[in-house]
Design a protein around this ligand. Structure first.
Ligand code: MN
Ligand code: MN
Length: 273
C-alpha cells in the first residue's frame, strides 16, 4: 500500500480521457470530456450540487484538463501513468471518458495503490467479454481484465439488462454480484465498503433519459434513480469515472446535461457535501 494514497479529505482532480478507439459499434465518446465541462458551466443551469454547494468555486475540486496521447506510446499505459501520478500527488481522480475501455488502465492505477477496493459499476452491460471481435481491450471487456488481474476485491454491477450465456459464465467465474434490471429495486443496493470506486457508464440510464450514448439499451434507470444511488452511498468515493457519453448522438445536448448533473453529484459525494 502506498503511504501517499489519498484520504477522503484529499482534493479531487478531473482528468478528461478523449479516447474511443476501443468502442465496438460507434466512435464519438472521445469528444465527451469537453462537452461535460461545457454542460457543467451552461448558463441554462448553475454549478451547484443538490446539497447547495457551488462546485465552480470549491478549492478542493481541480481540473487537470484532457490527457494528450503521445502517438508512439500505448494509450492504456499513458492513462494508467496519468492517473497514478495524480494519486501519488495525494489527489483522488474523477475521469471523464472516453469509452468504458479506459476503466481497465484507470483501475490498474487504483489497484496498485489501494487494497481491497470495492468497485460499483452502473451499466446496461456487464462488460465481461473475454474478447470482442478479437479485441481483449474492447469497451466490452474491461471488467474481465480487472477481475483477472485481481485489481478489486469486490465488483457489484447495477442496471444490467444484456446478459448472454458467455457473460453469465464470466460473471460466475469472477463472482461478480449482478443486480439486474428484472429484479431492480433501490432497496437492493448492497452496503459497500471503503475504499470504494464508482464506474458510471451513461447507458445504465434508459435511452429516453440519455440518448447520447453509443448503445441504446431500453429498460434502464431514470436519472433520479442514479442520483439516489450516488447520494445514498455510505462512504466517500476514492475515485470515479463517467464514461460513454457520445456527443454525436446527442443533438439537443440533453445527455451532456445529464452527464454534468451526475458529475456534480459524484463530486458532492467525494467532497462530502
Ligand atoms: Mn460499459
Ligand atoms: Mn454500457
Amino acid at each position: 500500500m502506498n503511504p501517499m494514497h489519498p484520504s477522503p479529505q484529499s482534493p479531487v482532480t478531473i482528468l478528461g480521457i478523449p479516447y474511443d478507439q476501443s468502442s465496438s459499434f460507434l466512435r464519438g465518446a472521445a469528444q465527451a470530456p469537453g462537452v461535460i465541462r461545457e454542460a457543467f458551466r451552461s448558463p441554462s443551469s448553475n454549478t451547484c450540487c443538490e446539497a447547495g454547494v457551488d462546485l465552480e468555486t470549491e478549492p478542493r475540486l481541480l481540473d487537470a484538463g484532457d490527457l494528450t496521447f503521445e502517438p508512439e506510446t500505448d494509450p492504456f499505459e499513458q492513462i494508467e501513468a496519468a492517473v497514478g501520478d495524480l494519486l501519488d500527488n495525494g489527489s483522488r481522480v474523477l475521469t471523464f471518458g472516453g469509452d468504458h475501455a479506459i476503466a481497465y488502465p484507470v483501475l490498474k492505477a487504483y489497484g496498485k495503490r489501494f487494497e481491497r477496493l470495492n468497485l460499483l459499476q452502473l451499466d446496461a452491460h456487464p462488460d465481461l467479454y473475454d474478447e470482442l471481435d478479437g479485441n481483449y481491450l474492447s469497451h466490452a471487456c474491461p471488467f474481465a481484465r480487472i477481475m483477472e488481474d485481481r485489481l478489486v476485491a469486490r465488483l457489484v454491477q447495477i442496471g444490467i439488462r444484456t446478459l448472454n450465456p458467455h457473460q453469465r459464465m464470466q460473471a460466475e467465474r469472477f463472482e461478480v454480484e449482478i443486480i439486474d434490471m428484472r429484479t431492480w429495486d433501490p432497496r437492493t443496493v448492497p452496503a459497500l465498503e471503503p475504499p470504494l470506486y464508482l464506474s458510471l457508464d451513461l447507458d445504465v440510464l434508459d435511452p429516453a433519459f440519455a440518448p447520447g450514448v453509443s448503445h441504446h439499451e431500453p429498460g434502464g434507470l431514470s436519472v433520479r434513480e442514479v442520483i439516489r444511488i450516488i447520494q445514498g452511498l455510505q462512504v466517500p468515493l476514492v475515485g470515479a469515472d463517467l464514461v460513454e457519453l457520445n456527443p454525436t448522438r446527442d443533438p439537443t445536448g440533453v445527455t451532456g446535461m445529464v452527464a454534468a448533473k451526475l458529475f456534480k453529484e459524484i463530486a458532492a459525494n467525494m467532497l462530502e457535501f
